[in-house]
Design a protein around this ligand. Structure first.
Ligand SMILES: [Zn+2]
Length: 195
C-alpha cells in the first residue's frame, strides 16, 4: 500500500481515504458522467485508471488487481447509494461485510525509524484487502460519527459521479460546476417554456 504521509492525523487520513474512495468509484464504476455515457473500461485502460485513482502505488496494479479494485469500488458505490437514500441500516450492514471481507483490524506498525503508525488492515492482508480495509474503516468512521453525508452522489440527471462534501453545512448536491450549471440551465429552459 502507498504509505500515508507521516504526521497526518486520524481525521486527515480518513479524509484521504474518502478522497481515494471517491476517485476509485468515479474512475472504475458508473454509466454516465456529466450527462454523457461513460464507457466501461477494460484491459490496460482499467489498470491505468485504477492505478491513477490510488496515486503512487509502484506498479502494484495488474489486471487482476484492477478487477478486484473495481469490485471494491462497486461495493463502496452501493454503500454510498444506501447513505444517499438515508438507509443507514443497509449501509452499516454492507460496511460490516466489507470490513470482514477485507480483514480490517487496527494494528500499530513502525516503518524503520519512523514513529508508530496505526494501520487499519491486518498484517497478512494483500494489496487490495489493505485498500478495502482502509476505505471501509474511513466510511464506517464517517457513518458512526454522524457525518455520513460527507460522501454523496451527483444529483444531476445522467451523472453517476461521487463527490466528497468538505463543507460544514453539507449542502453539496452535484459532482461539480459542470453538472450544477447543466441542471440550472435545464430549470431555466423549463421555466421559460412553461411561461
Ligand atoms: Zn455530475
Amino acid at each position: 500500500m502507498a504509505e500515508e504521509p507521516e504526521g497526518t492525523g486520524l481525521d486527515g487520513r480518513h479524509t484521504m481515504h474518502l478522497e481515494t474512495g471517491v476517485a476509485l468509484i468515479n474512475a472504475l464504476t458508473g454509466q454516465h458522467v456529466h450527462g454523457r455515457p461513460k464507457p466501461a473500461l477494460g484491459g490496460h485502460d482499467l489498470v491505468r485508471a485504477a492505478a491513477d485513482a490510488l496515486g503512487p502505488v509502484d506498479g502494484q496494479v495488474d489486471l487482476a488487481v484492477a478487477e478486484r479494485l473495481r469490485n471494491v469500488a462497486s461495493r463502496l458505490r452501493e454503500i454510498i447509494e444506501s447513505l444517499s437514500r438515508r438507509e443507514h441500516d443497509q449501509a452499516a450492514a454492507l460496511l460490516n461485510r466489507m470490513l470482514t471481507d477485507s480483514k480490517a483490524r487496527p494494528y500499530l506498525h513502525r516503518h524503520g525509524e519512523q514513529s508508530w503508525h496505526l494501520h487499519f488492515h491486518s498484517p497478512d492482508a494483500d494489496f487490495v484487502q489493505r485498500w478495502a480495509a482502509g476505505l471501509a474503516v474511513s466510511v464506517a468512521a464517517a457513518l458512526g460519527d454522524d457525518t455520513p453525508h460527507r460522501v454523496g452522489l451527483c444529483a444531476a440527471p445522467r451523472c453517476d459521479q461521487a463527490y466528497l462534501d468538505a463543507s460544514q453545512a453539507q449542502i453539496k448536491r452535484f459532482c461539480g460546476l459542470s453538472c450544477q450549471n447543466r441542471v440550472k440551465a435545464a430549470a431555466y429552459r423549463a421555466r421559460r417554456s412553461g411561461s
